[in-house]
Design a protein around this ligand. Structure first.
Ligand code: NZQ
Ligand code: ZN
Length: 389
């Protein structure tokens, strides 16, 4: 196991009605709050009204940035920073999914920086301070509610860029599983695919003796496989929503990925699809992941895929390792399809015209040619995209 520094400072307020515990967590930081949210789902399902009344009754003064899009854009961050300055806010509160949370994080850093916030995304070492960030989560997928990461898109440069900084950890996050009840089925499914991908990115790594991390990982994958379909058929099943919600936070708070060397592969390829085609993050991963798994399966990686097939999918050990490995990969693909997710880029109207440019951007983005589980060069990434068509 590699050396690591595990730090998870976010207070997690988990369960039905826990939003009422939020004011106490926010009070030490002041009274003026910038509320950041998306396209209006929180107004339809009532979460906006609940949050507003809980905070105003506790004496907070709210200003708002609304309309944050999925794959949040740097322009939304710029608007948020301007609002933060104009209203002299003390803290930023995201109410929404990963997109609102990520946008809020970079607004919080941008409000403490004199230059353009895109500079912070490109060079996180320039983040030297940030306003406190809080979140009320309405979609479970990214783990952003408990981690120091944000992902921001710059449509002008066709870049979708992750930024990591210790200043971006939320101070506290509210995770009320009932807030997930109104998610469209495709978002529930995309969220499950994203959670599973966060685990895959750490599970399939060169470090072989991180046994405890692998057992956490297999447990989270089995949680997604058990409860994801239940959440899809019974959107108001509390147990399903609660288990998925907690799995999402645990999948990307450092618990499963620590102590393992190397960079992520599928997210680097998926982010290019987001940058070029603005497609839902989890959908990009559901398409890329099985193709990537098949592409990297070899004598060197087969044992790990055998572990995956047996420990996650419960296939009996067979003599032919490759058959077993392929059974695990096929099960992954069928699971995503059964959840209603697209399995081919062509279903989304995407052809091969940008594959070369996307591959040329994906490889240096995550040093895929030197630091991926299986090194991937530009031609490999193009081949994987082609296998997704
Ligand atoms: O716009 P609103 O009204 O919020 O509607 C959203 C949006 O249309 C809707 N939604 C969310 N909660 C809902 C709801 N609709 C009904 N009822 C609810 N309770 O769902 C849609 C998707 O929301 P979004 O926030 O975009 O989803 P997600 O949480 O999947 O976030 C995706 C973004 O996070 C990034 C992705 O790349 C993408 O930009 N990621 C962030 C990471 C991180 N910060 O650590 C890591 C991830 O790997 C990922 O890259
Ligand atoms: Zn992801």
């Amino acid at each position: 196991m590699e050396n690591f520094d595990f730090y998870a400072p976010t207070r997690m307020l988990f369960g039905k009605g826990k939003v009422t515990a939020l004011p106490e967590q926010m009070k030490p930081y002041g009274t003026r709050v910038l509320l950041v949210y998306g396209g209006g789902s929180i107004k339809i399902n009532g979460i906006y009204d609940t949050v507003q009344s809980v905070l105003t009754e506790a004496g907070f003064v709210l200003s708002e940035l609304s309309g944050v899009t999925p794959n949040p854009r740097i322009d939304a961050v710029r608007c948020g920073v301007a609002l933060a300055w104009e209203n002299h806010v003390d803290m930023v509160l995201a109410v929404g999914g990963g997109s609102s949370v990520d946008c809020a994080k970079v607004i919080a850093a941008g409000a403490c920086y004199e230059g353009d916030p895109w500079e912070l995304v490109k060079d996180p070492s320039k983040i030297t301070d940030a306003l406190p960030v809080f979140t009320v989560l309405t979609m479970s997928a990214t783990g952003s509610e408990m981690n120091p990461t944000a992902v921001i898109t710059n449509p002008e440069t066709k870049e979708k860029q992750g930024v990591h900084s210790g200043y971006l950890y939320p101070k506290a996050s509210v995770l009320d599983p009932t807030y997930l009840y109104t998610l469209p089925a495709i978002q529930t499914a995309a969220g499950v695919a994203d959670i599973m991908s966060h685990i895959f990115e750490g599970y399939f790594k060169k470090t072989e003796d991180a046994y405890v991390q692998d057992k956490f990982s297999e447990g989270i994958l089995k949680t997604c496989i058990k409860w994801g379909p239940v959440a899809l058929t019974e959107p108001e099943n509390y147990s399903a929503r609660a288990n998925i919600m907690w799995a999402a936070s645990m999948a990307l708070n450092g618990l499963c990925g620590c102590g393992k060397a190397g960079k992520w592969s599928c997210h680097a390829m998926g982010h290019q699809l987001g940058a070029y085609y603005d497609i839902t993050h989890g959908i990009s991963l559901a398409i890329v992941t099985p193709a990537w798994m098949r592409y990297i399966l070899s004598e060197e990686t087969v044992d790990k895929f055998v572990d995956y097939a047996i420990n996650v999918w419960g296939f009996p050990r067979e003599t032919d390792k490759f058959a077993l490995a392929n059974m695990g990969i096929d099960a992954t693909e069928h699971f995503f399809m059964d959840c209603g997710l697209p399995s081919h880029l062509s279903e989304l109207g995407i052809d091969d015209s940008n594959f070369q440019a996307m591959a040329e951007a994906a490889v240096p983005y995550a040093n895929l040619d030197t630091q991926a589980y299986v090194p991937l060069h530009v031609e490999d990434v193009v081949n994987i995209y082609r296998a997704c068509l």
